[in-house]
Design a protein around this ligand. Sequence first.
Ligand SMILES: NC(=O)c1ccc[n+]([C@@H]2O[C@H](COP(=O)([O-])OP(=O)(O)OC[C@H]3O[C@@H](n4cnc5c(N)ncnc54)[C@H](OP(=O)(O)O)[C@@H]3O)[C@@H](O)[C@H]2O)c1
Length: 266
Amino acid sequence: MTNRQQAGGYRAVLTGASGGIGAAIAARLAPHCALLILVGRQRPLLEELARQLRGCDVQIVCGDLCDPHTLGAIAATARASGGVDLLINNAGVNSFHAFETQDPATIRAQVETNLLAPMLLTRELLPLLGTAPNAQVINIGSVLGSIGFPGFAAYGAAKAGLAGFSQALRREYADTTVTVRHFAPRSTRTPINSSAANAMNRELRNAEDTPEEVADAFMAFLAGKAATQTLGAAQRFFVLLNKLLPAIPDKAIGKQLVQIRKHLPR
Ligand SMILES: NC(=O)c1ccc[n+]([C@@H]2O[C@H](COP(=O)([O-])OP(=O)(O)OC[C@H]3O[C@@H](n4cnc5c(N)ncnc54)[C@H](OP(=O)(O)O)[C@@H]3O)[C@@H](O)[C@H]2O)c1
């Protein structure tokens, strides 16, 4: 049992459970849970995942997180199951595309799914989380929320917003039993990345993790006390450099623009 875990295990909500990183987290988290509520839009995938999980009560909420009814259904399931003490806002969407010609609906979907939905779900569950002796909200961000990158303007903006939300809410709840944390993977081999994004990553030799590696790092983060974590030593250095001396990443990324544009849908 970790320092934050309740006796009997976590009582967790995991969004994006049917995705690459979500399913890998679910597999590792389930043995440490008393209750695990899996959220996604594809019931067959969630049911298949639930069949594979052992050691805890598994519940499914199927719905779109951009629909307020889904947020209400998650809260109702959490209440009916006896409460929750861990919310993992992991669901996300990403579209690698030239910003000027990106469909407004796609821009909106990225902001709504990656930023607004986690904010509103957190708001919905805070009263319940506040009744647990110790509770945490963990928002899954991205390195691209700290380092703006061509082709990811909308996604990066939403993930930067999620990092800001996590920090402000953590400070707002500093004198309560609820902790708000932020975990930012780097590029990971999952369906969220289009073939164009994968081709660009290969050409730029960007480091890529497997979902299992990310889930292992997540479990270590969950057991620890850090408020935030970015995966990858090189990425952590680049994030710091980007904060202190942004002109250096401006120049470095500028030198990659010809290669990036080769792959960027427009
Ligand atoms: N893979 C990477 O390179 C990478 C890097 C950094 C950060 N991340 C972040 O890691 C998280 C997990 O991503 P992933 O790589 O595992 O992607 P993924 O395999 O595409 O999974 C995304 C998950 O989010 C769910 N989802 C998306 N939109 C939703 C909506 N409107 N309502 C409900 N569920 C929704 C999907 O459910 P459906 O089955 O319903 O589609 C799916 O379960 C995301 O927040 C992503 O931004 C990923």
